[in-house]
Design a binder for this molecule. Sequence first.
Ligand code: PRP
Ligand code: URA
Length: 212
Amino acid sequence: MKRFPTLTVSNHPLIQHKLTYIRDKNTPKKVFKELVDEVGTLLAYEITKNLPVSAVQVETPLQTTTCHVIAGKNVVLVPLLRAGLGMVDGVLNLIPNCAISHVGLYRDHETHQPVTYYFKPMPEPTERMFIMVDPMLATGGSAIASANLLKENGAENIKFMCLVAAPEGVEAFQHAHPDIEIFAAALDDGLTEDAYILPGLGDAGDRLFGTK
Ligand code: PRP
Ligand code: URA
């Protein structure tokens, strides 16, 4: 039995290569942001591999043939503010038509509990796949609260994408939401007393937005 049955860690060489430079504290802000986007694109490719398709007829220059297109309503990207914004462009490169439903929350620095300050729900939630994006899954509090919000508003098909996950966060998230698959570029060692991921990449929001 796998310890984390809902977790998929991508060991694709391109993802691992880019993650190395994302972790490096000497990587400049501009490059950091570009790499976060690029890994977002690569993870989105993995995460959407089972999207339903429907058959359409297409006329090539030589004959009519049956091809396939993504079926159903647009995928919804759910960036967890702020740091989740850093992966939005990367996913949009791959899925330009996806809708974006922002969730605003931050971790209280004393309690490490998430505080929600914004949420934009989507119409027709049962018809859509929701992809939550956040570079970091630390204690899991932010991701759990966001998934709760989505479910309270009717979402049934949700996935979660992050760069770096801590075992504590994966454990908590899979306990709260055993139906939501997690896709990560790395499963790290654990958390500091301040609930930072080790080895991690530091504070993702601060590095993306230059706030430290
Ligand atoms: C970071 C990160 C996650 C959260 C993860 O956001 O982007 O949302 O912490 O921690 P958790 O798993 O323990 O909840 P932060 O609260 O620092 O806000 P920010 O994105 O606005 O910087
Ligand atoms: N949030 C971050 O940005 N980094 C961590 O290591 C943990 C939570």
